[in-house]
Design a protein around this ligand. Structure first.
Ligand code: FDA
Length: 315
């Protein structure tokens, strides 16, 4: 892991910086590149533009590690209202949540009930209009402290709801084994490289090894998509990796419309358009909300050159 990535990830965990950095005007200005605004209304405007290009979206309201169950309740109510608003917009928008946003640090049972209320409502009133499937509600994956519990949570909720998706991180050594164990559950997987600060004994320290593992896991997922018609999404902006995945799909005769790429709002927008125009499924994740500090620092850590972009906003 590079020193600058390390420092930025360390900064993402600082409570002092979390309190003060969001008030700095040029940081707020630079944030617009990754986030259309703090409200879902700002996100809807971008979803409409992307929908015109055949690109549906997935929403997450930023926030993690809430401290009490009242906060979890507020988050749950926010998503319940959001689902009504999505319905009224008549757009294909899915939702993605962090379990620690719903009370995972405090009560697993309450987290389960909160998630169940949200997915139950999403299933009742949202349809995935662009891809013609029922809407998927996604579970983000957080730091390795939560990996096993999140996977257990996923298995439990997957018994009750078929259309629930889970994010897995290619930088963890354990992910290949996790995927093998999950396969019998017909999982809906979003594969990412991984965004947290993890020690070398549990995560590949070198980018090249992470990329190789990502491709290996992609090959496994593509085989499952082809043989069992499950949904998987390759969430990366890495053009080389995307090229390799597309080649592999051609080799195994996986049709273009079975290959789904997910990317973050504001990152590689031209690539998003090109892939959609080429006939691949593309879905863009839009984040909004006031608690953006740790998430934003992780975005800077992914590409430390972004720090210069932030500083350029002073002028
Ligand atoms: P990589 O970091 O190698 O980047 C490839 C290229 O993309 C870079 O060279 C650069 O050009 C561009 N790029 C990437 N990040 C950029 C940035 N921040 N700013 C500007 N350019 C950038 N992680 C996690 O741990 N848990 C999760 O639940 C999720 N969820 C999630 C959902 C979706 C839809 C996406 C796309 C990503 C996530 N992630 C995540 C984040 C993921 O783990 C990873 O940190 C980022 O996607 C960056 O990795 P890439 O695969 O893009 O490769």
């Amino acid at each position: 892991m590079s020193i600058s990535r390390n420092i930025l990830l360390k900064m993402s965990e600082s409570t002092f910086l979390k309190k003060h950095v969001p008030n700095i005007w040029f940081v707020r200005k630079a944030l617009k590149r990754f986030m259309p605004g703090e409200t879902e209304e700002a996100a809807f405007i971008e979803s409409k533009k992307l929908a015109l290009l055949g690109i549906p979206t997935v929403y997450t309201r930023l926030g993690e590690n809430i401290k009490n169950l009242d906060e979890a309740d507020e988050v749950k109510n926010h998503y319940l209202q959001l689902i009504d608003k999505i319905k009224s917009q008549n757009l294909d928008i899915e939702i993605s949540l962090k379990l620690t946003q719903l009370g995972f640090d405090i009560s697993e049972e309450e987290t389960y009930n909160n998630f169940k209320a949200i997915i139950g409502k999403a299933n009742a009133i949202l349809n995935n209009t662009v891809f013609g499937e029922s809407t998927t509600s996604w579970i983000d994956i957080e730091g390795s402290l939560y990996t096993q519990r999140t996977i257990d949570f996923y298995k439990r909720i997957k018994f009750e709801f078929d259309n629930v998706g889970l994010c897995l991180q290619a930088y963890l050594y354990r992910t290949e084994k996790d995927l093998n164990e999950l396969i019998d559950f017909r999982p809906i997987i979003r594969l990412v490289k991984g965004a947290y600060k993890e020690p070398e004994n549990i995560a590949f320290p070198q980018k090249r090894a992470v990329d190789e593992n990502y491709f290996k896991l992609s090959q496994r997922l593509m085989k499952e998509i082809k043989e069992k018609n499950i949904r998987s999404a390759f969430a990366t902006h890495d053009e080389k990796l995307i090229g390799k995945i597309i080649n592999e799909a051609r080799t195994i005769h996986l049709p273009k419309d079975k290959l789904e790429f997910q990317m973050l709002y504001g990152i590689k927008p031209e690539l998003q358009k090109e892939l959609a125009k080429d006939g691949y499924k593309v879905r863009v994740l839009i984040s909004y909300g006031a608690s953006w500090y740790p998430w934003y620092m992780r975005r800077l850590a992914e590409r430390p050159a972004n720090v210069w972009f932030v500083l350029k906003n002073i002028f």
